[in-house]
Design a protein around this ligand. Sequence first.
Ligand SMILES: O=C(O)c1ccccc1NCC(=O)[C@H](O)[C@H](O)COP(=O)(O)O
Length: 259
Amino acid sequence: MTILEKILAEKAKEVVELKENYRPGQIKGKRVDVSLYETFMKAEKMNVIAEMKRASPSKGLINDGVDPAIQGRNYAACGAGAISVLTDSPFFQGTIEDMQQVREVVDIPVLNKDFIIYEIQIDRAYDAGANVILLIAAALPEQRLAELYHYASDKGLEILFEVHNEDELAVAKRIGAQIIGVNNRDLKTFEVDLATTERLAEKIDTSNILLISESGMKKAADVERVKNAGARGILVGETMMRSANLQETFANLRIPLGE
Ligand SMILES: O=C(O)c1ccccc1NCC(=O)[C@H](O)[C@H](O)COP(=O)(O)O
């Protein structure tokens, strides 16, 4: 079993419980009307989606003592264009409450980073104040991805559609994804290779699709590579969660987007 298969097996159990115990509208989070796509397409510096990630399958514990509200406020103050909150508990030690707390203290787009396989998770993300949800192409068949994409879109949510290879990118295009995340981390080996963004970006029309490069971003030279490939945004977890000086970390990664 790959790690993604293990995560999805756990997620299926969580969804059974959610369907029994959660009613749409049950959580009443703050709603802020902002668009990731609009904000990122017009920015002049590399846009950073800073991630709240206590732990991960590849790295184990990263920063389990983090206070989501404090970290979220700091991310926004230091220049994050958006904040991603991992809400999966078994593998990342996150919760939906983490995301709600972040939403309360910032007005920039908030991404609910989870392994979405069912509509009820989208309802809950919306209720807790998310602007964006994640759909992972590798997680579901195309038909189901399309259904979830349209369900989220009809609720006014944006979708970060995550791909790892050419076949998944073709699915993203058929579905009409406007925001495509290329994940540089191979979810089978955990190996991170920025060449994944470089390779797939050649097949993306970045003049109207917002390309986000995800995972493995540590220094300006990494950002330079994905910027040259056409990315207007980067999703950064571990580097942010381990940073002792967020101001400096953001300044290093937010390189100008012009020539
Ligand atoms: O991070 C993992 O180990 C992981 C394992 C299996 C599925 C997803 C995983 N991570 C989710 C992410 O996409 C990253 O948290 C995100 O891109 C940030 O990556 P990084 O900056 O390298 O922490």
